[in-house]
Design a protein around this ligand. Structure first.
Ligand code: 13P
Length: 284
């Protein structure tokens, strides 16, 4: 089927208490691994594409790959801009064919973040495109965005509720103690913040930095109101580990298909395991 917005999936996730996986796409191998996992699990999912990944892959290829995957399947697939940095960047993604966008105004003063997100929601909704907003500061490194742990701020529930009421986003990312990348220790997730915000708004909370979060924390976060979880680093690690091992074992290997094939398999396994953990398996 054609690519779809996140709107209905987000509502279904909230109603049925599961989380849709956003799996970041960085190249053809990611696109295939994620789609193959979804087919096996019958799980709807979101291809997340950051501005950095778009630059790397070339925007035409991103949209063509996502469309090719979705159109050959009956699984609902969303193509979502991850951490859009400006009104212009978000509009550009919509024109390219993205069916969902995130505007990350979390570094801006609250009023400005609300104003720009509200403008984006107005335009995007008029075109049938879903929108994710962000509040608080998520730590770690993603593309060119790097936030030291000391600068990561947990979202304030009353601000998050106001943000939702004044913007009308379809899903809301709030900083609750997770970070992009793997963790040195165990993340300290503020389940109380998730619960307080989720109770007050009719849309799911988004958990960024899903890699390396213990399974029991993921389950509890979903129980408290998380309905979308982003995963990138664990797939990157699965791919790179597989390739590194194969090249070490067989230094004469030169055909990329010989090591990229197993790398796809390794990522597919990661994604399938996440889809089961998130409860999105069999929801397509
Ligand atoms: P991880 O790389 O930690 O899985 O985070 C992904 C993410 O949140 C993308 O926005």
């Amino acid at each position: 089927m054609p690519l779809v917005p996140m709107t209905e999936l987000a509502q279904q996730a909230k109603r049925e208490q599961f989380a849709i996986g956003q799996f970041n796409m960085n190249n053809l191998e990611f696109a295939k691994a994620i789609m193959e996992a979804a087919e096996r699990e019958r799980a709807p999912f979101i291809y997340g594409v950051s501005e950095g990944a778009m630059k790397y892959m070339g925007e035409r290829y991103v949209v063509a790959l996502a469309r090719a995957a979705a159109e050959a399947s009956d699984i609902p697939v969303v193509l979502h801009l991850d951490h859009g940095s400006s009104f212009e960047s978000v509009m550009h993604a919509i024109r390219l064919g993205f069916t969902s966008v995130m505007f990350d105004g979390s570094h801006l003063p609250l009023d400005e973040n609300i104003r720009i997100t509200r403008d984006i929601v107005r335009v995007a909704h008029a075109m049938g495109i879903s929108v994710e907003g962000e509040l608080g500061t998520i730590g770690g490194v993603e593309d060119d965005l790097s936030v030291a742990d000391d600068d990561a701020h947990i979202a304030k529930p009353e601000e998050a509720i106001r943000f939702y009421e004044e913007t009308g986003v379809d899903v809301l990312a709030i900083a609750v103690g997770t970070a992009h990348g793997m963790y040195k220790g165990k993340p300290h997730i503020r389940f109380d913040v998730i619960e307080e915000v989720a109770r007050a708004i009719p849309v799911p909370i988004v958990l960024h930095g899903g890699s390396g979060v213990p399974d029991e924390d993921i389950r509890l976060a979903i129980e408290k109101g998380v309905g979308k979880i982003n995963v990138n680093t664990e797939n990157q690690i699965a791919m790179t580990r597989t390739i590194r091992k194969m090249l070490q074992e067989k230094p004469d290997l030169y055909d990329p298909r010989k090591y990229l094939g197993p790398a796809i398999e390794a990522m597919r396994e990661v994604v399938q395991q996440k889809m089961r953990l998130f409860g999105s398996s069999q929801k397509a």
